[in-house]
Design a protein around this ligand. Structure first.
Ligand code: FJE
Ligand code: FE
Length: 313
């Protein structure tokens, strides 16, 4: 490690501090769906390698009917209820509460993401969807799905801290998910009075998104920020550790995700659900999509059952 990155003799220097705090308001997306978008909105277009973070909520009849993706990954983590997905290659399934779908769209996918028709009585289907960019060498890979049910997500509990390991590893416990862009994704629940000191790779971009409760984040001795649900906290560079603690005075748990990723450091051009390196590649992608080529072949004669059932097409 170069001298300049070492601590200046004090033990506080290696902590990640909160450099930006954003409240994610509700906005309408898709067909009758509501999202709280934090990354990917005007004030925060791109936090390399992260393109979008949506906390979404859908109640049937609503959802995200047939749409394409190219050049990145979508990570859908269900918090409540369930989502049915179908794609033009015939891949279909339900992501249930606590479950995860890590989809590498690569060269192209057309799919729908809708509340499942047998979500009897479940009015709220809630989750998080994170879009992670792919480096130029992975943008046009064949699509890959990794799906994990809730019971198969690694989970540990110690000293009032529950961790679900979505991607990466924690205390020697590894997630099964294989990521193209090196990524850590941890879901923490801290009971009242408990705290963590979590390592984060030094050069990675990292953020916290609060789901429930009230917490403080940063450096307990030097500088820290309080945050409640629906707040995104961007962590600055210059440290390899985050401290967080439950600061609720009403005895409620604090739940948040901590996500970090290695920056790709390449030019990024986004046109809705297409994310490439140059405008020419975006123009090519629109042409491929319009003409059902180079990964979009099967979309020509495909409509999702979920959207057809609603008479959307
Ligand atoms: C999309 C508008 C959209 N956030 N969260 C435009 F709504 C979408 C889209 C989603 C989405 C889907 C789920 Cl399951 C959860 C989401 C946006 O599908 F892709 C574009 N281009
Ligand atoms: Fe999608």
């Amino acid at each position: 490690m170069p001298i300049s990155e070492k601590s200046s003799g004090k033990n506080n220097i290696n902590k990640r501090l909160v450099v930006k705090k954003l409240f994610a308001r509700q906005q309408h997306e898709g067909f009758g769906a509501v999202v709280r978008r934090s990354i990917g909105r005007f004030e925060l277009r791109y936090f390399d390698p992260f393109l979008v973070l949506d906390e979404f909520s859908v109640s049937a009849p609503a959802g995200f009917p047939d749409h394409p993706h190219r050049g990145f990954e979508t990570v859908t983590y269900m918090l409540e209820g369930e989502i049915l997905h179908e794609d033009c290659e015939g891949h279909k399934g339900v992501i249930r509460e606590g479950g995860l779908q890590w989809m590498t769209a690569g060269k192209g996918i057309v799919h729908s993401e809708m509340p499942s028709s047998n979500s009897n009585g479940i009015t709220h289907n809630k989750g998080l969807q994170l879009w992670i960019n792919l480096s130029s060498k992975h943008k046009l890979v064949e699509p890959i799905y990794q799906e994990i049910e809730s019971k198969d997500i690694a989970e540990t509990e110690k000293d009032g801290v529950r961790v679900r390991i979505i991607a990466g590893e924690w205390n020697g416990v590894k997630s099964k998910i294989c990521t193209r862009t090196p990524t850590m994704y941890l879901d923490f629940t801290l009971s009242p009075g408990s705290r963590i000191s979590q390592s984060i790779p030094f050069h990675w971009n990292a953020f916290v998104y609060v789901l429930e409760g009230q917490g403080h984040f940063g450096d307990s001795k030097l500088q820290h920020s309080g945050a409640a649900a629906h707040h995104l906290l961007l962590l600055g560079l210059g440290g390899d550790r985050l401290e967080a603690w439950n600061s609720s005075d009403s005895g409620l748990p604090l739940r948040f995700i901590l996500v970090g990723g290695e920056p790709i450091g390449e030019p990024m051009v986004q046109f809705g659900p297409f994310v490439m390196n140059t405008q020419e590649e975006i123009d090519q992608t629109i042409d491929d999509f319009d003409n059902f080529r180079n990964g979009f072949e099967k979309a020509r004669h495909w409509k999702s059952q979920a959207a057809s059932a609603l008479g959307l097409f």
